[in-house]
Write a protein that binds this ligand. Structure first.
Ligand SMILES: [Zn+2]
Length: 255
């Protein structure tokens, strides 16, 4: 079990409870997972089958990050994955299995400015990721607050098998985003699956999640009102270049 004195773990438990709360409609039963960098080459990730809304620190598994990231370069059958996870446990006596999505968490936590990862299956977001024109429906920014919290653009990952295959696809799409924008993305949309929020703090990961859910609801409303009309790219770029918006971004993530 990970100790309660770890502040990052306390923040991770709080984040998990908030994104797993019933009224958020982001995850039910064992859906979704969350993780945090613990700052010493290790990270904590949700145990497989645990419920985000009610989990305690004992439901997280602590692993060394580098050996998990290295799995991205190896050809490992799904059945053998847990064996590799076990080899990276900080506490070899830990019996709880980490989430099957542990590889993408380790990869995401290796990115600059990412210390917390929140993966959920929000109903409103999946109403769009499961639609035929899902990329077009989720593209762009509808209003200044969506741009401020979610950044200039999103990452889109086509449906693939969960596990290492999905982690590799997410890595490749994030790499392309970083080349395009020069920074880590805030939000990743997974086709027919859900949402990943990448935060520098637990607060930021939560803010990204709730903004992505609101943005999805707005899009669903726009479709009923005649269509989606995003802000022009130049307007989004202008908004994100404003010093007052930079201040607002920092305050939102820190509060
Ligand atoms: Zn998922």
């Amino acid at each position: 079990m990970i100790t309660l004195s770890d502040t990052s773990l306390d923040d991770l438990v709080g984040l998990s409870h908030k994104i797993g709360a019933a009224d958020m409609d982001c995850a039910i039963l064992g859906e979704g997972n969350s993780s945090a960098d613990l700052g010493d080459g290790t990270f904590a990730v949700k145990g497989s089958g645990c419920c985000l809304g009610t989990m305690g620190p004992e439901h997280f598994v602590r692993l060394y990050r580098e050996p998990i990231v290295a799995l991205l370069e190896q050809d490992i059958p799904l059945d053998a994955l847990q064996e590799h996870y076990r080899a990276a446990l900080v506490d070899r006596h830990q019996l709880r299995r980490p989430s099957v999505e542990t590889v993408f968490h380790a990869m995401a936590l290796s990115l600059p400015d990412v210390s917390y990862v929140a993966h959920t299956h929000p109903t409103a977001v999946n109403a769009l990721t499961c639609a035929p024109e899902w990329r077009a429906l989720l593209a762009g920014r509808l209003c200044p607050d969506e741009a401020v919290v979610l950044g200039p653009d999103s990452v889109f990952v086509p449906y693939v098998d969960p596990g290492i295959t999905l982690a590799r696809c997410i890595r490749d799409e994030i790499d392309a985003y970083r080349v395009r924008w020069g920074s880590s993305p805030k939000v990743v949309y997974l086709q027919n699956h859900g949402l990943i929020a990448l935060g520098g703090s637990a607060t930021e990961a939560f803010n990204i999640t709730v903004m992505a859910v609101k943005a999805a609801r707005m899009r669903l409303g726009c479709l009923q009102a005649g269509g989606i009309n995003p802000l022009p790219e130049a307007v989004v770029a202008h908004l994100l270049g404003r010093s007052d918006e930079h201040y607002r971004i920092q305050q939102l993530a820190a509060s």
